[in-house]
Design a protein around this ligand. Structure first.
Ligand code: AMP
Length: 562
């Protein structure tokens, strides 16, 4: 069975296409969202999702999250005595989603379509594919998240051509994409964003206001109290969906502290954040050569678009009421599932062709005459960002010094005019005939294909010498054998058993709460945990079920009073 996966920074989801429609796949705990969190406990058992997050609250040094941000890099995360790379951590998340899908669907799931941010570069896409392989999934396609979201909202399901702006405001990132659906072709036009803007900024703002109102200095709080304030702020923020004047409350230094946080006040405080939201929108429109009123539809993705302030801002800016028919948290997974339907040529679905853009400018380093002397280190763009791929572009450069015998071409990716600030993807060197500077011309051709493989060809015009290089995966310094060995090692990593997941999660929650409270509450938790552990050791399913409900109720009660 082919499954669609939204491998997110904070949460991941799986979905499939059956009976003519997309369908979300529940995880082992019955929810649809699996936190993209991995922990490794003292015994070396791997925990995934909610359980890993709960474990990590008490053992932060054994937990990894937000590793999607480092996909395609050499970074390693240390979890206790294990070191894992971003694609390996993602692989463990994918493996857990695959198992849940197999359990739910009752058949093997060995193929997947996985979504990635549209701005993901070649390395990041390849790392995502590798993560799939580590999970035992053959990745049939990598789909851009905004494209998936637009498909879920029905863009492309009728004959209507339209331009749509996908507004994706998650917990920590903001992405804007402009897509055009024209004659069965869905094209990503432009991408812009802010990697350091998201729902958490709105939460932090509320937390700061709450402390200010109560004349509490943020520096005076320890990390646990600060986290509690943030948690209360998050709850208050989410309540704006149904109330205009919530009361935010939190225990600080053992005392309850409360404040009313009117929406109007919050909106005023949000203005600088909304200004930051506006910037990438303007940039994407500018890059696409479009005006605000040329956008036909707005697609909202990401939990933070539930905030009424954000929705109002979008409506006002575009004079369009955003379509709210699709859940912003599940849109990408649903779109990936519809893609599965297209791939399987399901008769309920219209085929469409998806195209990608090259998310970053690709260029090379050159010497330029600044009027006084020849200055090294200038960036010469060859393929501009947001060019639709496949694409091939050529630039001619000339020798910079008298008697020069070689031309060295640096393959760079990035937007800075200063070459050294851009990412070096590869290098290529060709011999030229010595002569006065400027006498030898060299043609540099970059070709970027649909699989995001970049080929660089350098041709010396005087001699006809040609050199070509295909820019390879930057993630793996691993050889083929090393990668295979790593795969096998990961495959045998001990994982928390599925059946035990709920119990393990509840015990972890109890242990965390035990650390957070004092006095009588500690005794209550301790007793309840001991009772439950005894039941677990007796292995009577009905008793365990009953015990789980009792323990959950006790913990809920205590957590409510925190
Ligand atoms: P995502 O990364 O898409 O899962 O989005 C997570 C962000 O969405 C977090 O900052 C949440 O606080 C925020 N969020 C979720 N639900 C709501 C809601 N009802 N109102 C406001 N923000 C929300």
């Amino acid at each position: 069975m082919l499954i669609g996966i939204d491998l997110g920074t904070t949460n991941s989801l799986a979905a499939c296409f059956r009976n003519g429609k997309p369908e979300l796949i529940p995880n082992r705990l019955g929810g649809y969202m699996t936190p993209s969190v991995v922990s490794v406990d003292e015994e070396g058992t791997v925990l995934i999702g909610e359980t890993a997050r709960e474990y990590g609250l008490v053992n932060p040094l054994r937990m990894a999250r937000f590793f999607k941000r480092d996909m395609g890099t050499e970074k390693e995360f240390t979890l206790g005595d294990r070191k894992l790379r971003p694609e390996e951590l993602s692989g463990l998340i994918l493996r857990s989603l695959k198992e849940d899908a197999e359990q739910y669907l009752g058949e093997p799931c060995n193929e997947a379509i996985i979504s990635v941010p549209a701005y993901f570069n070649d390395f990041q896409r390849k790392a995502t594919k590798k993560a799939g392989e580590l999970a035992g999934l053959q990745v049939l396609r990598i789909i851009n998240e905004p494209t998936a979201a637009a498909i879920a909202y029905g863009v492309g399901s009728s004959d209507k051509d339209e331009r749509c702006l996908v507004f994706d405001l998650g917990g920590g990132t903001f992405d804007v994409s402009i897509l055009e659906f024209y004659k069965s072709i869905m094209e990503v036009h432009t991408i812009a964003g802010d990697n350091f803007l998201g729902g958490e900024d709105f939460t932090a703002l509320l937390a700061d206001r709450f402390l200010e109102k109560n004349a509490i200095a943020p520096e005076s709080l320890d990390i646990r109290t600060r986290n509690r304030v943030l948690k209360a702020a998050e709850a208050c923020k989410c309540s704006y969906s149904h109330t205009d004047s919530p009361v935010m409350s939190c225990i600080i230094d053992g005392e309850p502290v409360e404040s009313r946080m009117p929406l109007s006040e919050f909106e005023k405080a949000c203005e600088p954040l909304l200004e930051r939201v506006r910037k990438p929108i303007e940039r994407s429109l500018r890059d696409a050569g479009l005006k605000l009123d040329e956008i036909d539809r707005i697609v909202l993705v990401g939990g933070a678009t539930r905030l009424p302030t954000v929705r109002r801002f979008v409506s006002k800016l575009f004079h369009i009421i955003p379509n709210l028919a699709v859940d912003p948290d599940t849109a990408v997974a649903m779109g990936a599932a519809i893609q599965c339907g297209m791939k399987l040529r399901d008769k309920e679905i219209r085929e469409m062709v998806l195209t990608d853009v090259c998310p970053f400018t690709l260029g090379t380093e050159v010497t330029m005459d600044n009027g006084l002397f020849e200055e090294d280190g200038h960036y010469l763009p060859i393929i501009d960002r947001n060019t639709v791929i496949p694409v091939s572009r050529t630039q001619t450069v000339y020798t910079a010094r008298d008697g020069q015998t070689r031309v060295n071409v640096k393959i760079l990716q990035g937007e800075s005019r200063n070459a050294k600030n851009n990412l070096l993807l590869g290098e290529l060197s060709v011999p030229v005939l010595p002569g006065p500077k400027g006498s030898q011309a060299v043609e540099i051709t970059y070709t970027y294909d649909i699989n995001s493989l970049l080929e660089c060809q350098v041709k010396v015009l005087s001699t006809g010498v040609v050199r070509t290089v295909i820019v390879q995966d930057g993630t793996g310094r691993l050889t083929e054998e090393e990668a295979k060995a790593r795969f096998e090692e990961l495959a045998y990593l001990k994982q928390n058993p599925r059946d035990d997941e709920e119990n393990r999660l509840l015990l972890l929650r109890g242990e965390r709460l035990y650390e957070e409270v004092i006095g009588g509450d500690r005794e209550v938790i301790n007793r309840a945990l001991m009772d439950f552990e005894r039941l677990l050791s007796q292995q009577d399913r009905t008793q365990i079920e009953r015990g789980r409900k009792t323990l959950a109720k006790i913990l809920d009660q205590i957590e409510m009073n925190l």
